[in-house]
Design a protein around this ligand. Structure first.
Ligand SMILES: *Cc1c(COP(=O)(O)O)cnc(C)c1O
Length: 368
């Protein structure tokens, strides 16, 4: 691997391929794979990630917002793209770029039909989301008749899929709740196809759903975090490889005497003789203040160096008292061994938050 000369997020596309291939082994050959590339592909660069996944066979893509879908179209993605959280103000752009909206309540259903009609659309592919317990977005099971009546009035749209989202697919203590969601979803789907007269594709599983509920893969699965190397469980993590390495270099080393302090507001006060390293990465790059005060750490020469004092906007200071290192040496924030999940846990958060928070200022590089 090339040595860092500045702060970089290095993305290993071979690891991405391995994760994709591993997740595919869990599926029947006719189950479609929707790659979730919202939030800049969880911080990894959506255009590069989606193009790579499109080449190796991903069938569908999902983004959160229409603007993310437009960017993918501009980057050459020709596969269908589901917009998970479209807003009526984006409907023109959605149709213009052949994006497929999630219609989650009567208001967006009606408004989308209106926009599609003014643009003379016929059988425009849409996806209907049902709320089976998350209480975030979606129609309820009692809305099938209402949707069916609306669909009967128009041929502008055609339902490509029905879907729902699991509340706690990674938490096996909530298995009964998850099974109930799956059961509810099946009933809705049966009711829908009986009422409307055709069978859209069905999907409910995210990454942990794929791993824990093979009986619920239906026609398609939606995977995000698994592609990026995290399986939300120790056993599953063994089969997946984090694709991103966040690394930087030591800018300056200081010797701190007893009683001196380090950083803003004297966040660290020395009780002895210390050696500290200042690194060019801070909360503006995605390392939040919650990692300061010895909670988070970085790895230098294979050893953990805790972050001391408060995280600054553009820098952190770490304790290197027992590490033989020099200015200019490489520093790992997270990689395949000391993972983003490990670091996230030090601040009581999850890998999703840490990796999606790495800001655009950090240069992305790619290994093939
Ligand atoms: C983000 C998201 C996913 C992907 O979840 P992972 O846990 O990252 O696999 C799937 N479905 C919906 C509706 C989402 O919002």
């Amino acid at each position: 691997m090339p040595k860092a000369e500045e702060t970089v997020l290095e993305i290993d596309l071979n690891a991405l391929k391995k994760n994709y291939t591993h997740l595919k082994t869990k599926l029947n050959s006719n189950t479609k794979f929707m790659a979730v590339v919202k939030a800049f592909a969880y911080g990894n660069d959506a255009a590069v990630i989606a193009n790579f996944l499109q080449t190796i066979g991903a069938n569908y893509f999902a983004v959160a917002y229409a603007s993310e879908g437009v960017q993918l179209r501009k980057a050459g993605i020709t596969a269908p793209i589901l917009v998970l959280h479209p807003l009526p103000s984006n409907f023109d752009a959605i149709i213009e770029h052949c994006l497929e909206p999630n219609l989650y309540n009567s208001k967006v259903l009606n408004e989308f039909i209106k926009t599609a009609a003014t643009k003379n659309q016929n059988n425009y592919p849409v996806h209907i989301k049902f709320n089976t317990g998350l209480n975030r977005l979606g129609f309820t099971k009692n809305d099938v008749k209402l949707i069916s009546n609306k669909l009967a009035e128009t041929s502008t749209i055609k339902v490509a899929s029905l879907f729902s989202h699991l509340v706690a697919s990674e938490d096996l203590n909530e298995k009964a709740f998850t099974l109930h969601q799956i059961h509810t979803f099946k009933n809705i789907a049966d009711n829908f196809s009986n009422t409307v007269g055709y069978k859209p594709m069905l999907h409910i599983c995210n990454t942990s759903g794929i791993l824990n509920y093979p009986e619920a893969h239906f026609d398609m699965v939606r995977s995000g975090i698994g592609l990026y190397g995290f399986g939300n469980s120790e056993t599953e993590n063994k089969h997946l490889t984090p694709i991103a390495t966040l690394k930087t270099i030591i800018s300056q080393i200081h010797t701190i005497k007893k009683g001196e302090s380090v950083g803003y507001n004297r966040g660290f006060i020395s009780d002895g003789n210390y050696k500290t390293a200042t690194l060019p990465i801070g909360h503006a790059d995605g390392i939040g203040r919650q990692y300061g005060k010895q909670k988070g750490y970085v790895v230098i020469k294979g050893k953990k160096a805790p972050i001391i004092g408060n995280v600054c906007m553009d820098m952190i200071m770490v304790n290197i008292t027992n590490i033989d290192c020099n200015e200019g040496d490489e520093t790992i924030i997270f990689d395949k061994n000391t993972t983003a999940e490990d670091l996230a846990q030090t601040a009581n958060t999850i890998s999703y938050e840490l990796i999606t928070g790495i800001s655009q200022r950090v240069k992305r590089t790619f290994l093939k």
